[in-house]
Design a protein around this ligand. Sequence first.
Ligand code: HEC
Length: 154
Amino acid sequence: MTVATSALRVATFLSLGLAAAAAGQTEASAGADQARDPAVAAVNPTPYTPAAEKRGRTHYLRHCQICHGFDGRALENIDFEATDLTDPERWRFGTSDGDLFRSTKFGAGLDMPPFEADLDDEEIWDLVHYLRSIGPKELRPKTSTEGTPHIQEN
Ligand code: HEC
């Protein structure tokens, strides 16, 4: 990567971070309450299909990779601790489908911005399928289309 590209990336990253921080100021406390919203299904209501996973991947690449990295491992931002999304053992805000949904929709911790305004619920559930597909093998969705959409945790 050239110096110019990396400077650009840092600049883009910083402005995103600032926007997120600004949004976070007013929403941090509300977000914490919503984060426990019991109305969110614990299990992904969208049945797994390869097409759903693919749509989720598109959303991921557009909205998430800048912080969480191309492969979800967040190794690219050495001075910023975005969570490794391939490793549920490191997650702090729960490991169910519903927890992933909530963290994405309402934000998580101080630095994970809410995506409520950018992604509708169906898009977020597609993203959850994608996140499962890059996670540990035993938790990956079954690639069958026969209605056993995915493996439940806990
Ligand atoms: C501006 C950078 C940024 C972007 C963009 C971003 N994240 Fe995050 N995300 C973070 C950070 C930082 C954390 C860690 C928050 C903490 O632990 O306090 C995080 C945490 C999370 C968590 C919670 C993990 C846990 O510990 O339980 C999930 C799930 C998540 N992100 C998913 C996503 C998804 C899906 C997208 C895209 C729609 C996304 N993130 C986009 C920075 C970002």
